[in-house]
Structure formats: structure tokens, C-alpha cells
Design a protein around this ligand. Structure first.
Ligand SMILES: NC(=O)c1ccc[n+]([C@@H]2O[C@H](COP(=O)([O-])OP(=O)(O)OC[C@H]3O[C@@H](n4cnc5c(N)ncnc54)[C@H](O)[C@@H]3O)[C@@H](O)[C@H]2O)c1
Ligand SMILES: [Zn+2]
Ligand SMILES: [Zn+2]
Length: 380
């Protein structure tokens, strides 16, 4: 047993004291894991746009002060009572989409959503309703059940998965959100068939991962769409066959009309990876009549609604969504790690920037800039 087991750990963390302000580096105390919980030393974390969204104050669930971050990988430091699936020293990826294997969602065989920790996770507390982080005597909220912007974090035993130790943690962390979300949306939520035509709206980490997943499944045309021309070379590097900047179409021509023209009636699969509700509508309308399937991955701002004519779905188009790529974290991520290790899909290529916990605000600035796909933060 580690000599810190059962005792509080003092470490550094990036604390979000309030919405709209930079995170600040603080010394915090992390309580030992209680029953059914695990304390993890976080080695690396990615910064995802959902962290930025919550930090900006737009997230109705966001509670402050908090330790944000949900794209992390590290090593189990100690486990609480009753935890049998992971042990001290295991290398792990943290899961904001938990998997308990006991709730009605997990047992349904129809979804990767899990109800076990969802209610408390949304409130920023552990399943027993309490918190494990304090800073100068003040309690800090947890975030997405993971809180990876801390050198140590405490999570539910359902919110992490052990992976092969040979997989580098500075890459594995990206499987905690963006890469898995896009790759899974193309290969699990939708099982894109060989030769199928695909359009991907929004070429960030998530859109690129959809493209990689579509290539993995041997899609036919993979049309990448982004208002930033700089994304063309990225999309093509990941397997897109074409790139369109919708803001540069001839006057009066919509992206939907253009896509329908160039594909003889529309796409087999479309994906929104922007979070813009107008783009979601375009994704549905550019899906082929009779069978085209549009998947919403992007997270829209609170209160936004999508509108479309019902005839679009009456005539056979399907609109669906995908969370964490439909991937059941504890069951399926170890297999994704194997696939990555065999070189079957990309992770390293997304990392455009790296930084340290001390300079995490630089990472936040990178993430907000248009030329960053992913910034990985070293927590040591
Ligand atoms: N469903 C999930 O489980 C899940 C998981 C992770 C992220 N997300 C969401 O997915 C989305 C994408 O995440 P990301 O990290 O790739 O973001 P990102 O900001 O890196 O990429 C978004 C891209 O969309 C482009 N874009 C913006 N408006 C556009 C428009 N009108 N038409 C075409 N392109 C447009 C931007 O130029 C950018 O390249 C975000 O909304 C994020 O919150 C969802
Ligand atoms: Zn994310
Ligand atoms: Zn469950």
C-alpha cells in the first residue's frame, strides 16, 4: 500500500474560482477515497472545449469554485473500501461517461449512458453528496466526475478504466474525450459502411476523429466542412477526400444545396461537430432522402433549440445524437488502446500544443485559438 493511502494529499491544482476568470494555480488538499472511490495521480490532461464552456459561465450545471478538466490519464494512488476493479499502480483513463454495469442504462445494451453517478456528477459532488477537494479551508466542486486539472483527484470506481501500461499516458489522456467521441461516433454510434459518403461539419479534434473513424470504416467520400480554411490540410491529413468552406460558396448557394448537388441527392452520414444549431439543421438537411443519418455531437449553448421541417424525417432522414462516441468506457476503451497501439487510428497527430500545470492558462489560450487541435498539460 502506498504510504499516502488513507491520508489527505497536498498537491497543486488549477482552481476555477469563478466564471469568466482564468484558472489559478493553488495548493489544495485531496481527501482519501471513500467507499467505492479511487484516488488517482493525474499525469496528463487534455483541455477540451467543454472545460472552456464551463469556465466561461455558460454551463448551467457549472458550480464554482471547482477543479475542471475531464480528459485525463494517470496512475491509481489508492482505492477506497469495496473497490476491486482497479488497484494501486494501475494506469487509468478517467471517464466522464461512467459505466456501472448495473443500472438500467448499462443493462439495456442500447446506450453507453449510465445513471449511477449522473445526478451527483452534474452537481459537482461525489456520489455520497460530499466533496474531496479543499483549498485554504474552502471546499471545491468536482467537475464531470473527473476533475483532471489537479495532480490528484478522487473519482467513483465507475468513472475510470485501467489500460495497458505500455500505452503512453500523454497520448492516452485524449481517449478521455475528444478522440473517443469522434472515432466512436463514426464506428459505434453509426457503423459507417464501406463506401458510404460522409460529411463532417466542424474540423476540430472531434471532427477530425470522426474523419479518422470514417476512414477506418473505409467510407467513400469524406467531405470536411469548416469556416476556417486552415482546417483543410488537417482534414486531408486525417483522410478527408474534400474540403468545403461554406462561407466561400457562390452568392445565394447554401451548403445544403451544394452538398446535395455534388453528392447526387445527399450524404449517407453527416455529423455536427460545431455545437451550432444552424449547422445541426444543415447536417440533417444534407442527409440523403430515405436513409441519410445525421448525428449531433456538438454541444449547443444552454437554451438553444434546433428547428427543421418534420418532412425531413418523414421522408426517411434520421436525426440522432452521440455522447462520448457511444463508447462504454470500462468495457471498450482497453480495446481502443490496443487498436491505437497497433497503429490503427491516430492520437499523437492531434497534439498541436503542450504545456505544464504551472502554465495551464497558456494552454487555455491555445485551446481558444483557431490553430490548436489539442493541448496536453503535463501535471508534474
Ligand atoms: N457529444 C460529446 O460527447 C462531445 C464530446 C466532446 C466535445 N463535444 C463538442 O463537440 C464540439 C467540437 O469540439 P472540438 O473540441 O472539436 O471543438 P473545436 O472548437 O476545436 O472545433 C470546432 C470547429 O468547428 C468550426 N466551425 C464553427 N462554426 C462553424 C460553422 N458554422 N460551419 C462549419 N464549421 C464551423 C470551427 O472553425 C472549428 O474548427 C464542441 O461543441 C464540443 O463541446 C461533444
Ligand atoms: Zn470534452
Ligand atoms: Zn450504469
Amino acid at each position: 500500500m502506498s504510504d499516502t493511502a488513507g491520508k489527505p494529499i497536498t498537491c497543486k491544482a488549477a482552481v476555477a474560482w469563478e466564471a469568466g476568470k482564468p484558472v489559478s494555480l493553488e495548493t489544495i488538499e485531496v481527501a482519501p477515497p471513500k467507499k467505492g472511490e479511487v484516488r488517482v495521480k493525474v499525469n496528463f490532461t487534455g483541455i477540451c472545449h467543454t472545460d472552456m464552456y464551463t469556465l466561461s459561465g455558460s454551463d448551467p450545471e457549472g458550480a464554482f469554485p471547482a477543479v475542471l478538466g475531464h480528459e485525463g490519464a494517470g496512475v491509481v494512488e489508492s482505492v477506497g473500501e469495496g473497490v476491486t476493479d482497479v488497484k494501486e499502480g494501475d494506469h487509468v483513463i478517467l471517464l466522464y461517461t461512467a459505466e456501472c454495469r448495473q443500472c438500467k442504462f448499462c443493462k439495456s445494451g442500447k446506450t453507453n449512458l449510465c445513471g449511477a453517478v449522473r445526478a451527483t456528477q452534474g452537481k459537482g459532488v461525489m456520489p455520497d453528496g460530499t466533496k474531496r477537494f479543499t483549498c485554504n479551508g474552502k471546499e471545491l466542486y468536482h467537475f464531470m466526475g473527473t476533475s483532471t486539472f489537479s495532480q490528484y483527484t478522487v473519482v467513483s470506481q465507475y468513472s475510470l478504466v485501467a489500460i495497458d501500461k505500455s500505452c503512453p499516458l500523454d497520448k492516452a489522456c485524449l481517449l478521455g474525450c475528444g478522440v473517443t467521441t469522434g472515432f466512436g461516433a463514426a464506428t459505434i454510434t453509426n457503423k459507417i459502411e464501406e463506401g458510404a459518403n460522409v460529411a463532417v461539419f466542424g474540423i476540430g479534434c472531434v471532427g477530425l476523429a470522426v474523419i479518422d473513424g470514417a476512414s477506418f470504416n473505409k467510407a467513400g467520400r469524406i467531405i470536411a466542412i469548416d469556416i476556417n480554411d486552415g482546417k483543410e490540410q488537417w482534414a486531408k491529413k486525417f483522410g478527408a477526400t474534400e474540403f468545403i468552406n461554406p462561407s466561400k460558396l457562390p452568392e445565394g448557394k447554401s451548403i445544403v444545396d451544394h452538398l446535395i448537388d455534388i453528392t447526387d441527392g445527399g450524404l449517407d452520414y453527416t455529423f455536427d461537430c460545431t455545437g451550432n444549431t444552424k449547422v445541426m439543421r444543415s447536417a440533417l438537411e444534407s442527409a440523403h432522402k430515405g436513409w441519410g443519418e445525421a448525428t449531433v455531437i456538438g454541444v449547443a449553448a444552454a437554451g438553444e433549440e434546433i428547428s427543421f421541417r418534420p418532412f425531413q424525417v418523414v421522408t426517411g432522414r434520421v436525426l440522432r445524437g452521440s455522447a462520448f462516441g457511444g463508447v462504454k468506457g470500462r468495457t471498450q476503451l482497453p480495446g481502443m488502446v490496443d487498436l491505437y497501439q497497433k497503429g490503427e487510428f491516430k492520437i499523437d497527430e492531434y497534439i498541436t500544443h503542450t504545456t505544464t500545470l504551472d502554465e495551464i492558462n497558456k494552454g487555455v489560450d491555445h485551446t481558444k485559438s483557431g490553430n490548436c487541435i489539442r493541448c496536453v498539460v503535463s501535471m508534474d
